[in-house]
Design a protein around this ligand. Sequence first.
Ligand code: SAH
Length: 380
Amino acid sequence: MKTIPLTPPDNSPISRSLLDCSPQELTDFVNALGPRPKRANGKAAGVPTYRIRQIQEWIYKKYARSFEEMTNLPQALRDSLAAKATLTPLQPVTQRVSKAGDTQKVLFQMPDGETVEAVLMLYDRRRTLCISSQAGCAMGCTFCATAQGGLRRNLTAGEIVAQVLFFARYLSEAGEGPKMRVKRPTTVTNIVLMGMGEPMHNYDNVWTAIRRLTAADGFGLGARHITLSTVGLIPMIDRMSDEGLQVNLAVSLHAPNNPLRSKLVPLSRRYPVDDLLASVRRYIAKTNRRVTFEYALMRGTNDSPALAEDLADKLRGILCHVNLIPLNPIPDSSFQPTSDRDTQRFAEILQKGGISATVRIRRGIEIDAGCGQLRNAAEA
Ligand code: SAH
């Protein structure tokens, strides 16, 4: 991968990351920036609310990367914002586009030097963004590259949102950045939290980010266009069912029984398959929303016809869809992908058993942008 030299981050430790601010925090921050005219009662007048709205629009609708771009703000306000705040917590370090021009992976560096990746995928009518929720991951799934380096740290809500704004800006600009097979300007249509990290292990920041991404005065994407994928932290699945947003839930199952699943997903020792499925049933009862189960097919491990039958039996009666993922190759791993024929056979057994199932299209393999391949340590 070609490494683009890193520009010095424009955020010093004292500067405030505006992407980490709620609308109220943004208002307070802007009000505290400088002397304000005094009202008759001697108190300083607040910054007018339309100014706050303008700043929000520059951030979330026009994807501004600098305060200088905010041309409808007074120059003095732009200057004091530039001196005290930052808009871009992520610096793109490398950008790669697949040969077919349908997948772009970007490695971002954060102010403390940690790195994360996000991937843009083009489909017929969708521009789907796969974003990260943590630098690294603590879950230790044995077939996943991100797990190999362990957890580095949680991303802040602003760092999660910034991944989206970066690609939203790319898609909004006709000529800027690497070329892909897409007619720009256009927009991000879908977001999946399937990059690095376990979103339920960084629950609060992830949900703050989701609220900002769905808020009308934020990024404004419909909640139904966002999917959160989890390895199955049961208490957090219960918590998600009370969030009141129509965000989709995907559960990485990968095996129908606990002894096998525990070998692939160590968390299954703490939250066994049957308990996990019970929590999914509770989630559906509360939300009435269909859940997706992800199942990465590994040759000779979890891909036999008997296991497909077992899976169909386990899932019968649950409002769900199974997404079969051909395993993506990762370094230092003995797991091999299932053949196309056996993948089809597995899908057919599920379908015959009354379970809706499809095989996920492979994307970005040669640029290491496939599921479970995001591992910045190898590339940074
Ligand atoms: N931690 C979350 C989200 C990130 S992983 C989760 O586990 O769901 C997104 C999906 O990629 C998960 O279903 C994960 O199991 C899957 N995955 C991980 N490594 C993979 C690999 N090498 N090949 C295919 N899918 C993989």
